[in-house]
Design a protein around this ligand. Structure first.
Ligand SMILES: NC(=O)c1ccc[n+]([C@@H]2O[C@H](COP(=O)([O-])OP(=O)(O)OC[C@H]3O[C@@H](n4cnc5c(N)ncnc54)[C@H](O)[C@@H]3O)[C@@H](O)[C@H]2O)c1
Length: 351
């Protein structure tokens, strides 16, 4: 078959908040891709996806989906605690794999997956750090590479989920262990800081608290947290993460360099509309990750499918998953113990 005719047949696991959105993209919006199978432990989600998205095969058991010989790739959007095992199973069964972030919730499992990916180097593996595919974040990276701000030395990030999403998050957190604020939310920013600074983390001090929703204390999580990270070469990271942002979904990043700085999303505006009425001059805020990163969720998957068709590797690697999990876990340890934590150093995979 000519490359241009080749369609990649995908089986997706996890049909929740994000998985269902990915399923719609895979079914209708990604070129050269067919969503052939879906899997969820909730049968009603499988039935709905089959009916509404025209998917021929549905499963409530992941292992059964892996027996489907029509599939080329597995797309993992299940809760974070399942990622490592499901990645290993899919690679062992011969599939290309896309997994949502984080790679894993524990360092040991992330290192184990790194080895498995290394062993299956002829298969494509990609991790869902979609912010790297957001046009503004990608533009900032190109500016840094072009030397526009000199040497990047400090990254400051805000990653704040809307307060209105708190009830659904509390439900999610009770049923699925997310790894906590730093591994679940700040992980995108931790990855971006590594990417922009071109350096790995060495030490972290993290703090946090739950003031409006003390229920989060019982889940050993924090409503709002902050981490101060020392990177190699005396570079620095300041990360604020939270789940109680009353004005909406606020994702903001600043990169300070020796000869300038870049800011992304300083005012997290929904669009270019300004409303003027008796309340004043109003710019609405984005209301969640699906709205803010709509384009990035599409472009990362377009890239995954292209990599399979063109027999090449994506820029986001298993190493990015390992390093970010190690750093996220160090933040979590520091938050829990109140101590400065040294970040474990690891070798990159030889893939
Ligand atoms: N990249 C991002 O910006 C981003 C945003 C949100 C979520 N995520 C990640 O996506 C993943 C899913 O998050 P979500 O918010 O959609 O979760 P969710 O709880 O809404 O959905 C989880 C889905 O997985 C299914 N499921 C649970 N256990 C399963 C199993 N053992 N086998 C098969 N299916 C199973 C559930 O039935 C549900 O369909 C998480 O790892 C999360 O960290 C990433």
């Amino acid at each position: 078959m000519q490359l241009n005719d080749r369609r990649i047949s995908v089986g997706l696991v996890g049909l929740g908040r994000l998985g269902r959105h990915h399923a719609e993209n895979l079914a209708f919006r990604i070129p050269h891709c067919t969503l052939t199978a879906v899997c969820s432990v909730k049968e009603e989600e499988v039935t709905a996806a089959k009916r509404e998205l025209g998917v021929p095969y549905g499963y409530t058991e992941y292992e059964e989906m892996l027996k489907n010989k029509e599939l080329d790739a597995i797309f993992i959007a299940s809760p974070s605690g399942f990622h490592c095992k499901q990645i290993e199973q899919a690679l062992a069964a011969g599939f290309h794999v896309f997994s949502e972030k984080p790679l894993g919730l524990y360092i040991e499992e992330a290192l184990q997956v790194q080895e498995v990916v290394q062993r299956h180097s002829d298969q494509v593996f990609m991790l869902g750090f979609m912010r790297r595919y957001d046009r503004s974040y990608a533009y900032a990276k190109r500016q840094i590479e072009a030397g526009s701000i000199g040497e990047p030395v400090l990254v400051r990030c805000y990653g704040l989920d809307p307060a209105q999403a708190m009830p659904s998050f509390l439900q999610f957190a009770k049923n699925n262990y997310s790894g906590g604020l730093f591994l679940d939310m700040a992980i995108h920013d931790l990855d971006l800081a590594r990417w922009y600074l071109g350096a790995e983390a060495q030490a972290v001090w993290a703090i946090g608290g739950s003031h409006r929703y003390p229920e989060l204390d019982q889940l050993q999580d924090a409503e709002t947290g902050a981490a101060l990270v020392q990177f190699e070469g005396k570079k620095m990271g300041i990360f604020v993460a939270g789940r109680n942002c009353v004005h909406g979904y606020h994702i903001e990043t600043e990169i300070i360099g020796t000869h300038g700085s870049l800011r992304i999303g300083t005012n997290p505006e929904k669009n270019q509309v300004t409303l003027m009425d008796e309340r004043g001059v109003i710019r609405e805020c984005t209301n969640g990750f699906l709205e803010r990163f709509e384009q990035a969720y599409l472009d990362e998957v377009i890239e995954f499918i292209r990599c399979i068709r063109e027999n090449r590797k994506p820029e986001v690697t298993v190493d990015d998953g390992v390093y970010s999990t190690i750093l996220g876990y160090a933040c979590k340890q520091s938050f829990e113990t109140g101590q400065l934590v040294t970040v474990q150093s690891v070798s990159p995979a030889k893939v």
